[in-house]
Ligand binder design. Sequence first.
Ligand code: AP5
Ligand code: MG
Length: 227
Amino acid sequence: MGPPGAGKGTQAAVLARDLGLAHLATGDILRNETAAGSPVGLKAKTFMEAGRLVPDDVMTQLVGEYVVKAAKANGFVLDGYPRTLPQADALQALLEGASIVLTAVVNLEVPEEVIVARLANRQTCPKDQRTYHPVNNPPGKPGVCDACGSALVTRNDDSEAVVRNRLRVYRESTAPLVEFYKKQGLLKSVDGLAAIPKIVLAIKGILDEAQTAGPDSGRGTGRGETP
Ligand code: AP5
Ligand code: MG
């Protein structure tokens, strides 16, 4: 979890690579659906361009399909979902249905003024959705994705006006989840202002601890594996 630009995608991509997990990023999935012109992509497009949340029922159906597939494989990092209290309830039901116990929710903390500057300079690969920053996380060759060689672009929801709206939506709809997961003893907050490799280490430490403590340490049902 974390506000727009907190570094969710940056961190999730590294964790997925290092731990051999699928990276389920709802924003990336929606952008791919939009580019493909699918019905769900077309429905999501106007919400995303305005920095508003795509309706809960659409998101839950979409995530459900991916969670079921990923649960059968090696596990997954979930990035950008849940973002509302109804989505958190839906996720719990989905995980229970797949016999997966939630033992940690990682929350990246970054102040709003830093976010606006970060996103104004973000560069994104339109093909594999990797994100870069000219100073904080530069690609090897300026303007080109390290992984696939595509020309990097600016996401069309990274204009200052849309970023400010995304931050407002985060405060109103998503920030309450911090308290929701804190009350369940699942929330693990991390300083999102630290250097990228330092945050990676902190999150890996949290995941190791959660795994060692086992599923009964959270609000788990005692069934299945730690996601
Ligand atoms: P989504 O794509 O998830 O956007 P977001 O939450 O706004 O988050 P971002 O992807 O912008 O930021 P990030 O935290 O991944 O940061 P990043 O790692 O790129 O969602 C887009 C839209 O889809 C939503 O607005 C909504 O419409 C819809 N949507 C998605 N999920 C939904 C849901 N569940 N329900 C309803 N609607 C949904 O990093 C940002 C920049 O900072 C990069 O340039 C990076 O290089 C740099 N950076 C990263 N870490 C650091 C660091 N530690 N120090 C310095 N720079 C850093
Ligand atoms: Mg992202």
